[in-house]
Design a binder for this molecule. Structure first.
Ligand code: SAH
Ligand code: SF4
Ligand code: F3S
Length: 486
């Protein structure tokens, strides 16, 4: 369902004759035009046109997909669960080689679906499309793809689809970088009660292994008042938990007319009435401020979980990664956070197998895992990305060495995470009830620290906060029981 506000914006341009030059008015103009085209097609088909957006990659992409879905719903498409749809968008990721491979496999499958439904439109967007190589390959080997666009012009979907429907055989629109932030367009929520909010786009850190700064462009922060306005709007739609999103939230505010630190922004968002929980992803350990630690400590709405990407525990490798902290500095930071917020849970991202990583380096990483006591960790094997400095470094590890490091790390991570999770057994904690487990029919809720709890309950608890007794720890999740409120 499209909000009245956006409905009004589309109707407002119905009678406009000249195509507006400024955004987002221009996109509302194309949405209005698309509505006419799509209702004609509905007549031919004898029913609603359908869409499916498939998201690969991180929360940034998930958020972008909600924007794409919002535009498609606004022009008259209906969402379906599978790719058997009239419009399919793959929002791609390229952070590791296997992310790319998965996308290519699935594009081939779209080709077979299009043979059955020649009116189907296929669009590819996201991080992979910001790489020339990938786009060339798609142009040559997957000629049935109708629309290609990138991370910098997600907001143009209506315009690009209009061009395709209006006769252009193939629409390719890619920008290398942008300073523009276009917002105030419709968006669909994947969950009715929790949502991500971009606070900044791009990344300026250039960790030597990472492709993100090349495909997401330079850092740019949204104005705090726009962020707060979006949060208010989300709350009016029923959202209770907000996740503030940025590749390095600590550098929020750079380049804004009025400097606002991330800690201040966190505070401003927490004052929006109706928000129960706030999370954020991702702070960089190199510049996590005391002000931020203090804000998390005193602000009851901010979840007691800090996701602090370690990547590696060896100072030598960290330097080659351009992470700009040492093992000791990372551990000092962990101590400082734990001292000020004793009930905090720490989670992390770790990558093994960076060029030149020795068994000793890997032991250093495992040492940090044991000392920092992460409650959960995303673990990755280094993947060489063309165009990044690390791709040209000597001593790339063999797959066998990488796997060996990975297995050792995983054993340590699992051991520590299980011990940490077990500490909460028997406690009563608050969960946000998120979904019904398809397998066992139980409800699934998420704790403040991000871990899941399964418990019996009625579907009308979905989206509510409940107090739950953590009866049994199953490693990375709990079996619980709702505790009646007095
Ligand atoms: N901005 C965030 C992470 C974004 S990418 C941060 O700095 O933490 C998410 C994770 O993917 C990274 O934390 C890293 O662990 C992993 N990653 C990035 N590039 C990678 C590569 N080339 N190979 C394997 N993992 C990678
Ligand atoms: Fe990649 Fe580093 Fe930027 Fe994170 S901070 S997105 S790892 S370059
Ligand atoms: Fe995210 Fe993948 Fe892009 S991790 S920023 S979707 S390359």
């Amino acid at each position: 369902m499209i909000d009245d506000y956006y409905e009004h914006r589309i109707r407002a341009v119905d009678e406009v004759i000249l195509i507006p030059e400024t955004e987002p008015d221009r996109q509302y103009y194309f949405m209005s035009k698309l509505r006419e085209l799509i209702s004609e097609k509905e007549q031919e088909k004898g029913g609603k046109l359908t869409y499916h957006v498939e998201t690969f990659g991180c929360q940034m992409n998930a958020k972008d997909s909600e924007k794409l879905a919002g535009i498609l719903s606004a022009v008259g498409y209906e969402e379906v669960e599978t790719e058997e749809a009239d419009m399919v968008i793959y929002n791609t990721c390229t952070v590791r080689e296997n992310a790319n491979t998965r996308v290519y496999g699935r594009i081939g499958f779209l080709g077979t679906l299009k043979k059955k439904n020649p009116d189907m439109h296929i669009a590819l967007c996201g991080c992979m499309m910001q790489e020339e190589e990938a786009v060339e390959k798609i142009k040559k080997s997957y000629r049935f793809v109708d629309i290609i666009f990138g991370t910098h012009n997600i907001y143009q979907l209506a315009e690009l689809l209009y061009r395709r429907m209006n006769g252009e055989e193939r629409v390719i629109s890619l920008l290398k970088d942008t300073k523009l932030i276009v917002e105030d367009l419709p968006s669909e929520l994947k969950f009715s009660f929790k949502a991500g909010v971009n606070i900044m786009y791009g990344c300026d850190n250039f960790c030597t292994y990472c492709i993100v700064p090349y495909v997401r462009g330079r850092e740019r922060s949204r104005r705090p008042e726009d962020i707060v306005k979006e949060c208010e709007h989300l709350v009016s739609r029923g959202v209770r938990e907000i996740m503030l999103l940025g590749q390095n939230v600590n550098s929020y505010g750079k380049g804004l007319e009025e400097q606002v630190s991330f800690a201040k922004l966190l505070h401003m968002v927490s004052e929006v009435p109706g928000i129960s929980r706030i999370r954020f992803m991702t702070p960089h350990p190199k510049d996590l401020s005391d002000e931020l630690i203090e804000e998390i400590a005193v602000n009851k709405k901010v979840c007691r979980q800090v996701h602090l990407p370690l990547q590696c525990g060896s100072s030598r490798i960290l330097q080659k990664m351009n992470r700009r902290y040492t093992k000791e500095q990372y551990l000092e930071l962990v101590d400082k956070i734990r001292a000020r917020i004793p009930d905090v849970s720490l989670s992390t991202d770790i990558m093994v197998g960076f060029p030149g990583e020795t068994d000793e380096d890997n032991e250093e990483t495992i040492d940090v895992v044991r000392k920092a006591r992460f409650i959960s960790a995303f673990t990755f094997i280094y993947s060489k990305r063309n165009g990044t400095p690390a791709a040209k470094m000597d001593n790339q590890l063999s797959e066998e060495e990488q796997n060996r490091h990975f297995k050792k790390l995983l054993d340590a991570v699992n051991e520590v995470a299980t011990e940490e999770a077990q500490r909460a057994e028997g406690q009563i904690q608050e969960v946000l009830v998120e979904e019904i487990n398809q397998k066992n029919g139980m409800l699934t809720g998420r704790l403040d620290n991000g871990l899941l709890v399964h418990f019996d309950g009625n579907a009308d608890l979905l989206g509510s906060l409940q107090r739950v007794l953590l009866k049994e720890c199953k490693g990375f999740y709990y079996i619980g029981e709702v505790v009646e409120k007095n």
